[in-house]
Design a protein around this ligand. Structure first.
Ligand code: OSB
Ligand code: MG
Length: 368
């Protein structure tokens, strides 16, 4: 195919509940969609970058610049664009993985729609529903946290991820553990701890958690490895894993026994597949992380999580956990699962009228 033009769409979706992590609070999702047109057809992608560069060095306005000035022009130049070759074509640009992932997603969606194949089938997915959980932000009080978790349990979620930070860890986890006996619980620190906190974090062992996600800084494999030796709970890496190569280094270093795969963080669905395959080979469990995506990115996540190695519930909750109204058909909880889209490509349709009524801002990028 020959890429002809790309529309970048920005729209703000308020979150139904503020989401607080160790790096700050978010009250809305600033969505960046990529709507790509080629000689063959059309495809959608979503950029996972956040408003502020607090989770990673990327930020959503920077990702848009990157797409407009470098990534899309580079792809517009190609006479014959093959989706599998996109990572290599974009390799010249350093980093900016979430921006790269967004355009790759749109071109894969386009390619698969033309072929009439679902993304799940393309990725050799083995499930038609995927187990999901819900990420619960830091609350103002323990009783408020317990109430929020109770709402999610009532909705059908059987796994929660509690965000932790120094001063908000052992006691909130104890309260949720005490109140919800059978609930699967894991925690995520978003790199908020330091090596001297190892002794304190080991207290989490008494709660039978599924895992502790990214306690230390993203480039600190050594402290994660040291911690992994001392703690009984499985250690999972999120921010530290940006490619199949960095996943291999982390596994070799003994820094984790579980890997969180996020399409944006690792630069796309194709790199995600590589990490999945590596982890299956190395006997490391993987699960699909989330970045508060709209239905577009959520469709990609659910499809990715249908692959065989995704053995733990993903941070891929139902649309109504995030938004009053999603911009695609909503993803709904069935038991504690979401259905994998079966339509061609991402298998979703974007509600263009809704985008317009929400005040979406559109920017066109083409070669002339
Ligand atoms: O660390 O997993 C994270 C959201 C934004 C940035 C980082 C993270 C998250 C989440 C959200 O935990 C999970 C979701 O999308 O439901
Ligand atoms: Mg995380």
């Amino acid at each position: 195919m020959k890429l002809e033009r790309v529309e970048i769409i920005r729209v703000k979706l308020p979150l139904v509940r503020p989401f607080r992590t160790s790096f700050g609070e978010q009250t809305l999702r600033d969505v960046l969609l990529v709507n790509a047109y080629s000689t063959d057809g059309q495809g959608w992608g979503e950029c996972a970058a956040q408003v502020d560069p607090y989770y990673s060095e990327e930020f959503i306005d920077g990702a848009q610049q990157m797409l407009e000035r470098w990534l899309i022009p580079l792809l517009l130049e190609q006479r014959n664009l093959v989706p599998e070759e996109i990572p290599e074509l974009l390799y010249r640009v350093k980093g900016h993985r979430s921006a790269k992932a967004a355009i790759e997603m749109a071109l894969l969606d386009m390619h698969l729609r033309v072929k009439g194949q679902s993304l799940s089938r393309y990725l050799d997915g083995v499930r038609d529903t995927v187990e999901v959980g819900v990420a619960v932000g830091i609350a103002d009080s323990i009783s408020e946290l317990v109430d929020v978790v109770a709402d999610y349990v009532a909705d059908g979620y059987t796994r929660v991820k509690l965000k932790i930070e120094p001063g908000w860890d052992v006691e909130p986890v104890r309260a949720v553990r005490d109140r919800f006996g059978g609930l699967q619980i894991q925690v995520d620190a978003n790199a908020a701890y330091r090596a001297e906190d190892i002794g304190h974090l080991k207290k989490l062992d008494e709660f039978g958690l599924l895992m502790i996600e990214q306690p230390f800084e993203e480039d600190d494999l050594a402290t994660h490895a040291l911690f992994s030796q001392q703690v009984l709970t499985a250690v999972c890496l999120d921010e530290s894993i940006v490619s199949a190569r960095s996943a291999e280094a982390a596994i070799d270093a003994g820094a984790c026994s579980i890997v969180n795969i996020k399409v944006g963080r690792v630069g796309g669905l194709l790199e995600s597949r590589k990490i999945h395959d590596l982890c299956v080979l190395r006997g490391v469990d993987v699960w699909c992380g989330g970045m508060l995506e709209s239905g577009v990115g959520r469709a990609a996540n659910v499809s990715l999580a249908s692959m065989s190695g995704f053995t733990l519930p993903g941070d891929i909750s139902a649309s109504n956990r995030y938004f009053v109204q999603d911009i695609t058909e909503p993803f709904e909880l069935v038991g504690s699962c979401l259905k994998v889209p079966t339509g061609a490509g991402l298998g979703i349709a974007v509600d263009q009228d809704l985008l317009t009524s929400l005040g979406a801002v559109r920017t066109h990028v083409s070669s002339h």
